[in-house]
Design a protein around this ligand. Structure first.
Ligand code: SF4
Length: 364
């Protein structure tokens, strides 16, 4: 009955821009093609677990080539998914093993805290090995092509945005429910088969610190559903490599056009370099991009313009862009005069005018 709440969602798969940027996602959501993680489940990977990290990463690089070949065969119709059997160990098992090893000196994101989270140490995100869930439900407020979106809100975040709308989750005021991959997979299956979710939408906080448990979830998931990685795009290169063959759509925030604003408002170093690198890596992986840019008061020239210029130059209209005007001064925003008010209609008009000037038409 979601179309009663969101009639635009019912029509979204016919939208020219959605098809242009997110065509494979639409095919997976409608079960014409297989989600990336389902293909990774089928790529055999032989390892005992006694190998060194270097040996496992080398094997991972080789198996990614097999994954690309298999994906091309299945997508082109030259191979049939239902004729293939799951191997004893797959590329997805290998990814899971590498992620749990990385947890002993955590470098899931570019903060690279190198804490042994398996032994209970915590880094900037405030999480040890346990993944904790704040809530999960069919989200009706996402972009129309995602609705109804089975959204998992993980506790913890690797950013400290002073205006965070989900600050009880990111700052762990809420403790959440400890979850296993098996439990998450059961929930995803129920929402997909029983309630018609269009995707699994992984968010928080940030999903990145919970990468190891998310891979556990996907190992246990036996239904076809696109995976949406809804994040700040601050993953390390190693985490990006593990997400290759897992994520169908990067629903990535692109918040700032320079490092000074990022440092001041999200306490994050090297922002522009890391986030732009990851958008390009996502594209190289063959994943699809839906980029969110939240327009901040007094940041149209320093951030909105620069973000849209970069997208126009490097991704063009193959990335769908959501220029968002729903900023509200929450959490600690009142301590920063520049962002202690809502956005004005004039600022939003300027943001859309810049997009138009740059030739960006694929706007959500
Ligand atoms: S996920 Fe990022 S912030 Fe958290 S411990 Fe690992 S490197 Fe640090």
């Amino acid at each position: 009955m979601y179309w009663l709440l969101r009639p635009d969602a019912a029509r979204a798969f016919e939208d020219r821009g959605v098809r242009h940027a997110l065509g494979r996602y639409v095919s997976v959501a409608t079960n014409e093609k297989q989600a990336n993680f389902r293909i990774a489940q089928l790529v055999p990977a032989s390892f005992s677990g006694d190998e060194s990290d270097g040996e496992l990463w080398k094997l991972h690089a080789e198996k990614l080539k097999d994954y690309e070949r298999l994906k091309e065969e299945l997508d082109s119709g030259r191979g049939r998914f239902d004729e293939l059997e799951r191997p004893e160990k797959s590329l997805l098992d290998l990814k899971r093993t590498l992620a749990w090893r990385m947890l002993e000196s955590c470098e899931f994101c570019e903060r690279r805290c190198k804490r042994n989270r398996r032994k209970g140490e915590i880094g900037f995100c405030g999480l040890a090995a346990e993944a904790r869930l704040s809530s999960e439900f069919l989200h009706m407020g996402e972009e129309a092509c995602l609705v109804p979106s089975h959204t998992f809100f993980f506790i913890g975040c690797n950013f400290y945005c002073v205006y965070c709308q989900n600050w009880t989750i990111s700052r762990q005021v809420e403790k959440g429910l400890p979850v296993t991959g098996e439990y998450l997979a059961e929930l995803a299956k129920k929402r997909r088969l029983g309630e018609g979710s269009r995707n699994v939408n992984l968010v928080g906080g940030s999903p990145t610190p919970s990468l190891h448990v998310i891979l556990d979830m996907l190992l246990n998931l036996d239904v076809n559903v696109p995976i949406v990685w809804n994040s700040n795009m601050y993953m390390s290169t190693e985490a990006m490599t593990l997400l290759h063959g897992v994520v169908d759509v990067y629903l990535g925030d692109f918040k700032y056009g320079n490092d000074a604003c990022a440092k001041r408002l999200s306490r994050v170093p090297r922002y522009f370099e890391v986030v732009t690198r990851n958008f390009l890596l996502a594209r190289e992986q063959g994943a699809e991009l839906l980029i969110r840019h939240l327009v901040l008061p007094n940041h149209v020239e320093c951030c909105t313009r620069r973000v849209l210029e970069w997208i126009a130059e490097h991704l063009g209209n193959r990335a769908r862009v959501n220029i968002m005007g729903q900023y509200r001064p929450e959490f600690e925003a009142h301590r920063h005069a520049e962002i202690s008010r809502r956005i004005t209609a004039e600022e939003m008009s300027r943001a859309f005018a810049i997009a138009k000037e740059l030739g960006l038409w694929n706007l959500d």
